[in-house]
Design a protein around this ligand. Structure first.
Ligand code: MRU
Length: 365
């Protein structure tokens, strides 16, 4: 997508043809910084520290991380070690495993001297594949925004989103935000309610930033405001992303998503979840019982980072020193609360039948 008119992606191969460029998302929205990854360890650290984050983007970053490992040592042992290190970086988003397994399977079958070139080709394929997938999610999701518009007597279509499921999270386009960009670019009046998304504030820092850079009208709200807005008819639809979707249609997404789905059900607001096929974990059925939920550090809850009036980026404490804090980073929204899933292959009910209808090859697998 565009930043002040210039097209960008969230990850790309550097001009040297081998190192990997990322937008350092821990510096946004205060600083614009492109970081260069030169080793698998740097790629792993970038994922762990959330310089890159968002389900499709961490899959693509891990894929390039394997390429960086193989440049140094293309043996079976090095491939396994890099695979395991990258896989251990974040537990919830299944795209990480999906990308790493796809890479490992193809590379293991090749003699070591052929692995480096093949790995770069495959990582590029994964990144390009996610871009094409997200573009198609946008096309399908656009129909839902058009439908919401037809149901209104006037004014913009008001869309509530949680966390950042835009192009920064997905190489390009985004999952939840792809339909929004499509609609905006097609001249449909849209307005996005952006949940701030405590504790790391991906909504305030990243979604507000990327929507602003593209020119999409939006308003930042405290996480607690969503129910109130839905109750008063100020939200026409919710659309969020997911880090892991079970074959029955349960979705794990950023903490707080479940509460929005509950409020949407009570208020009669459609609650859509947008996802690429790479986010479906066909090996799990019950999201609550089977999806591992990442527990992050307490400091993300007890402290907050922002820019001071003097222009410095600073981290300050919110709670009394020593306050114990828990930080589950994701929650599970059961399929029963999801109005529809929006995928690259079309829109379906959040159910096993719905997903099998779009991915019939999984039914026979
Ligand atoms: C980009 S699609 C869905 C998700 O990856 C997104 O909504 C999300 O929860 C990201 O979490 P994050 O912890 O910022 O990686």
């Amino acid at each position: 997508m565009r930043i002040d008119g210039t097209p960008y992606r969230a990850i790309w191969l550097a001009e040297d043809g081998w190192s990997v460029s990322i937008i350092d998302q821990t510096r946004l929205p205060w600083d614009w910084a492109v970081a260069r990854l030169t080793t698998a360890e740097e790629a792993a650290e970038a994922i762990e520290t959330m310089r890159v984050r968002g389900a499709p983007l961490i899959g693509a970053t891990a894929a390039y991380g394997l390429c960086l490992a193989l440049r140094i040592d293309a043996s079976d042992a090095a491939l396994e070690a890099a695979h395991d290190r990258l896989l251990a970086t974040r537990p919830t988003a299944v795209n990480l495993r999906w990308a790493l397994e796809a890479m490992r399977e193809r590379l293991r079958a090749l003699p070591p001297p052929e692995r480096v070139a093949a790995s770069y080709a495959q990582a590029a394929e994964i990144a390009e594949g996610e871009v094409a997938t997200c573009r198609r999610i946008g096309e399908h999701g656009l129909a839902l925004i058009e439908e919401a518009r037809r149901g209104k007597s006037g004014g913009p279509v008001n869309i509530l989103t949680h966390c950042n499921a835009g192009w920064l999270a997905c190489v390009d386009w985004g999952t939840a935000l792809a339909p929004v960009y499509r609609a905006f670019d097609a001249g449909i009046p849209v307005h996005v309610w952006v949940d701030e998304t405590r504790p790391r504030n991906q909504g305030a820092s990243l979604t507000a930033w990327e929507l602003g850079k593209h020119g999409v009208p939006h308003t930042l709200v405290a996480d607690n405001a969503g129910g109130h807005l839905m109750q008063r008819g100020q939200v026409d639809l919710c659309i969020v992303g997911t880090d892991r979707t079970t074959r029955r249609g349960d979705v794990a997404n950023k903490i707080g998503t479940y509460l929005k789905a509950l409020a949407a059900r009570e208020a009669g607001v459609p609650f859509y979840v947008a996802l690429p096929g790479s986010t479906i974990d066909w090996t799990v059925a019950d999201g609550l019982a089977e999806i591992p939920i990442e527990e992050r550090g307490a400091a993300e809850v007890t402290h907050v980072t922002g820019r001071t009036a003097a222009g410095e980026v600073a981290t300050v404490a919110l709670a009394p020193e020593g306050t114990p804090a828990a930080n589950p980073a994701f929650d599970v929204t059961p399929a029963s609360l999801v109005t529809r899933l929006v995928t690259e292959r079309g829109i379906c009910p959040a159910s096993e039948e719905g997903l099998m209808g779009l991915y019939p090859e999984r039914a026979s697998a």
